[in-house]
Design a protein around this ligand. Structure first.
Ligand code: SAH
Length: 364
């Protein structure tokens, strides 16, 4: 890039055009990448502050009715040992999060649309809310759900039970690319409609994409960022696409690890510049790709981490891609390590708070 151009670009945020975003995402020169990183980190300091929000991640079931072509726990994968934690196990994991000071938890699973599964999630949310109230958390643990596309009615019931944030990735905002990575029955429009239903139900809404999908261009990624801004999301969770050996997309391969990590970090930084006051996660997939991925994400403007608190006996069975990290990490030791990582990135762990984004707070 012309050296005079980068400062000009960084001065235009958050009004970055599509061409500006493409230029930022395409940076290769180490000094320019570092200037982008520093600008994103400073923007985060000003717009979301210097605490990194903590959410204990509970992967409560790997049963799934869908067949996403990239995913290891897709219905068609017969090699997976399927599990669903009991309500007691889920509530125990959540109460552990409350005691550990995480302030919030995320309940994530495969996608099931039957009434019994919806009622099960609802009862878990209710019980976690009731039993996690304490002097530190007078309103109980903050609960984020990530259980896929559901009906308006189900979303309404889950919100009424006490969950208040929801993550549903669009995966790719390019309808043609979306179609290429899903079977014919899984369509783009209902996914969009679900995102709007979530907002209608009262949730703070998060979305995101996979970065480095086969056939995805840097223009697609720029459009993904503009899509998120247009949707006025409160949270962003995005990470590199990684292959799973039993998934149909395996033969298409994946990008080289080094350049893919760089691209994923530039996506985080560009998202921070474009949407200064939203929550942005340093995701597990980033950590799978880069040994120091969580910390690198924070240094590029991310302000949320989701330490895994799924019970160890099933953690390996919730495998979306190869190389999932932390399969043997005891959750208490992991807590201390994450806290140290956050501090070594110049931030503070946000103990005992829900940690909603300032963006959401402004709307409400
Ligand atoms: N079923 C839920 C959530 C579980 S999957 C839902 O549909 O929302 C959570 C996320 O993991 C997905 O949204 C997807 O973006 C990501 N994921 C799945 N397979 C992946 C892969 N092979 N590489 C990287 N991320 C993947």
């Amino acid at each position: 890039m012309n050296p005079a151009k980068l400062p000009g670009l960084l001065a235009r945020v958050p009004e970055l055009s599509r061409a500006d975003l493409v230029a930022l995402l395409s940076l290769e020169d180490p000094a320019e990448c570092e200037a982008l990183r520093a600008a994103a980190y400073d923007t985060a300091s000003r717009s979301v502050g210097d605490t990194v929000r903590l959410r204990g991640l509970i992967e409560f079931s790997n049963r799934c009715d869908l067949d996403c072509l990239y995913c290891g726990i897709r219905r068609g994968n017969r090699a997976v040992d399927r599990y669903t934690l009991t309500r007691e196990e889920i509530v125990d994991a959540a109460l552990w999060c409350a005691r550990a000071g995480y302030g919030s938890c995320v309940l994530q699973s495969g996608e099931r649309r039957d009434g019994a599964s919806a009622a099960f999630v609802e009862s878990c949310v209710r019980e976690i809310k009731e039993r996690s109230r304490s002097a530190e958390l007078p309103d109980g643990l903050g609960i984020t759900l990530s259980c896929g596309e559901q009906s308006r009615e189900t979303y309404g019931r889950w919100f009424a039970a006490g969950a208040h944030r929801y993550l549903l990735r669009i995966e790719s905002s390019n309808p043609a690319l979306f179609a290429a990575i899903h079977p014919p029955g899984q369509r783009f429009e209902p996914r969009l409609a679900a995102l709007s239903a979530l907002r209608g139900a009262g949730f703070q809404v998060g979305t995101g994409v996979m970065i480095g999908l086969p056939g995805q261009s840097v223009e697609d990624l720029a459009d993904d960022l503009r899509f998120m801004k247009e949707l006025d999301v409160d949270m962003i969770g995005m990470g590199p696409y990684l292959v799973h050996d039993d998934a149909p997309m395996r033969p298409l391969g994946m990008r080289e690890r080094g350049p893919l990590a760089g691209l994923a970090l530039r996506m985080i930084a560009a998202a921070r510049l474009l949407m200064p006051d939203v929550n942005i996660a340093a995701t597990t997939a980033l950590e799978a790709l880069l040994p120091d991925g969580r910390r690198a994400g924070i240094l590029h403007g991310a302000n949320v981490v989701m330490p895994n608190v799924t019970p160890l006996p099933v953690r390996g069975a919730y495998r979306l891609y190869e190389g999932k990290p932390g399969l043997r990490d005891d959750r208490a030791a992991f807590r201390d390590r994450v806290a140290r990582e956050i501090e070594s990135a110049g931030r503070l762990p946000g103990w005992n708070r829900w940690g909603d984004s300032p963006h959401a707070a402004k709307r409400i």
